[in-house]
Write a protein that binds this ligand. Structure first.
Ligand code: GDP
Length: 144
């Protein structure tokens, strides 16, 4: 059974020329790429994506960071995708992230933490549709 999750290679990942390294680590961990694009989020789109955090003190900084440059949303598939991807990226704060995780390897702060990963199957479905139309996803094109 294949589950889905949404990754976003955040603007610091793109800016620091880490798209290739991080994407390779994701694929080597067994995730299949079902959709991928580079987008520069508008403030409206970022507000919608992070709606659940709008009361948090860091919300405005988060929107500023996520709209500071292009990012790379990636729709992923794997058995147990949500949980396994959260394990692969590590804790939100890189200082607390386990050795070998993507955030431990590349992130510089709790905010600029390289990569997003959905936190539930339900949110994964919503987040994938935030960035991808059905036609943009491989599994809707009969290729897998
Ligand atoms: P995640 O699921 O591990 O990405 O963490 P959250 O859903 O709690 O937070 C969403 C994003 O907001 C994080 O990935 C960070 O980019 C940012 N963030 C979370 N906590 C903080 C914080 O305490 N301060 C700042 N400046 N940003 C934060």
């Amino acid at each position: 059974m294949s589950n889905k999750t949404l990754a976003i290679l955040k603007p610091d990942c793109v800016r620091n020329n880490l798209i290739g390294k991080v994407t390779a680590q994701i694929q080597e961990a067994g995730f299949k790429i079902n959709g991928l694009k580079m987008v520069h989020l508008t403030v409206d789109s970022a507000n919608g994506f992070y709606e659940v955090h709008k009361e948090r003190p860091f919300f405005n900084d988060l929107i500023k960071y996520m709209t500071s440059g292009p990012c790379v949303p990636i729709a992923l598939e794997k058995e147990n995708a949500v949980e396994d991807f959260r394990k692969l990226i590590g804790a939100t704060d890189p200082a607390n992230a386990a050795e070998g995780t993507i955030r431990k390897l590349y992130a510089i702060s709790i905010q600029e933490n390289i990569v997003h990963g959905s936190d539930s199957d339900e949110n994964a479905a919503k987040e994938i549709s935030h960035f991808f139309s059905r036609k943009e996803l491989l599994d809707n094109n009969g290729w897998n």
